[in-house]
Write a protein that binds this ligand. Structure first.
Ligand SMILES: [Zn+2]
Ligand SMILES: [Zn+2]
Length: 278
């Protein structure tokens, strides 16, 4: 696997510990996230050692025609389902009462039941939030490895869905790259792929009228903007890595639940919820 990507996830765990100290009001959920991330990193290194294969025939032409490289419903998930048992055990130790109960129920469903729920999840159907979290936690590292084998042109995609798996982004960020200053990227909520997007454009509806987009920055979190759109009433956070170069966008998003509460109280709905459902 691309060493940068592996290092990024290892670093994420260190960042999570820092965020736990910084955001004491979110320390419980960050502690839980830490367990999930440990599981994901273990899975990442186990699977990359073993080597995983995925059918990528047609992936390039799919991307060229505006479709995501992977068709999630045609991937053979069966070999990965045994890892769900491990995840359920972790969650049964670390989760709240409600999470533990739901996880136990999922564990008792048997493989066929889990497969059925998984395909509903992959079709984008609404499923129980705890089950959604478990599937996201399991699939993220697997898809992260698949994504590592897929390349696409940043300048030609520019869509609001992921070029690798077709999911929506749950967070976005700004950074300077060799080619662009202050470029905006979206990060996929499912496979964590980053792709380029227009800075001043709504991620949900594509609106780019200045007076219909707003940027809220709280005094305590100067490196995160909440971009809201008054046309579709959606919002997404923009983490400015130029202001905090150690930030890990998907984790900053989880740590700053206060911003989600603010956006919700203003009547906005997130473009896509993160792994924990915020
Ligand atoms: Zn994706
Ligand atoms: Zn919009």
């Amino acid at each position: 696997m691309n060493t940068f990507k592996q290092k990024e996830r290892e670093f994420a765990l260190t960042r999570l510990m820092h965020l736990r100290d910084k955001f004491s009001e979110s320390s419980q959920i960050l502690g839980f996230m830490e367990r999930l991330l440990e599981f994901q990193n273990e899975l990442l290194s186990e699977l990359s050692e073993k080597g995983i294969s995925v059918d990528l025939s047609g992936a390039e032409s799919r991307i060229r025609s505006g479709k995501p490289a992977l068709n999630l419903n045609s991937i053979e998930w069966e070999p990965y389902l045994p890892y769900m048992d491990r995840l359920i055990r972790i969650v049964e130790e670390a989760g709240t009462e409600e999470i533990r109960r739901r996880a136990r129920e999922l564990g008792e469903m048997g493989r066929e039941g889990v497969k059925e729920l998984l395909s509903r999840f992959l079709r984008g159907e609404e499923i129980d939030p705890v089950v959604r979290m478990l599937f996201t936690a399991l699939l993220q590292p697997i898809l992260y490895l698949f994504a590592d084998k897929i390349s696409f042109s940043q300048e030609s995609w520019l869509r609001n869905t992921c070029p690798v798996c077709g999911s929506k982004p749950s967070v976005s960020f700004l950074m300077d790259t060799e080619d662009w200053e202050g470029a905006r990227f979206l990060r996929c909520g499912l496979c964590l792929t980053d792709w380029l997007y227009i800075r001043t454009k709504c991620v949900e509806c594509g609106n780019s009228e200045d007076d219909k987009l707003n940027y809220f920055v709280s005094q305590e979190l100067p490196y995160i903007e909440v971009q809201t759109c008054s046309l579709c009433r959606r919002y997404i956070k923009i983490v400015d890595l130029r202001k905090d170069g150690l930030a890990v966008p998907d984790l900053e998003d989880i740590a700053t639940v206060s911003l989600d509460l603010w956006a919700e109280s203003e009547g906005y709905v997130k473009v896509e919820r993160n792994i924990l459902g915020f």
